[in-house]
Write a protein that binds this ligand. Sequence first.
Ligand code: SF4
Length: 266
Amino acid sequence: MSKVRIRGSESAFQWGLTTYTAYGGACLRAILLKSSLPRNKDIDPKHVIRGRLYEDTYAARLDKQGITYERELAVEIEKDEGVFTGHLDFWVEGSRVVELKSTESKSRLRDIKKGEYVVDNLAQTVAYMVAKKTTEGRLVYSYWEPQTDGEYELKFEYEHNISIDNFGRISDNNVPTKWSVYDLLAYQHNAFKVLNTRTVGARPHNYDLAWGSPCHYCPFAKACDAYDAGEITTADQLISMATSGTVSLADRANAQKTTSEEVIDE
Ligand code: SF4
């Protein structure tokens, strides 16, 4: 069977037998469905514009400090039958991965100011650290205020200094998280399996919560509910229902306006 590739932004964590995801995009089922759709970047060009602006700003700062770096470095991790691929934003002085995220959402700004991170963004940063064989990484969130002339102004930044200890445990600004590198790699293994075999993965463990379920705002929810109710039974039927007339690209773009995926650039 040919190798499958999963992209950095589709990372999340496996914890024991269950998948933890902060939003629908990292759900194993959603990975299968999204593999049949265009990327967010193709739907909303603001993702690209804001992300590029932040990268240029960050590069200018490093230049001013005389710090050497590489930008947009392609990385790959081979694992079992799959390859994890991505482009890390900055590889700084040969030892540190830097991943930049930007938003114009005021509600996200509140979370950023509290020092909160999106688990999926942490997973992405750690995956790049593993690929580059380094224990040092930095995940930086930024808030950009839209201006009347259509430009953006940088208003706030928060740095998460990520480290991995000898046991694979992950810390954020020297505070241990509940995640380890092994959780991440186990998740990738399952994602490869889902894509390779085109099987319908389990829903995330938190899908039936009244609050915080990634399914609440997921545009594939109707199709997933129909699958779980036995109205459709195969992966092909699920993909067809989720990605065709039942859920249009416009529905998907609208639904994502309410999720962290829409407001956090890759
Ligand atoms: S509705 Fe829930 S289970 Fe289905 S793809 Fe979306 S997040 Fe995953």
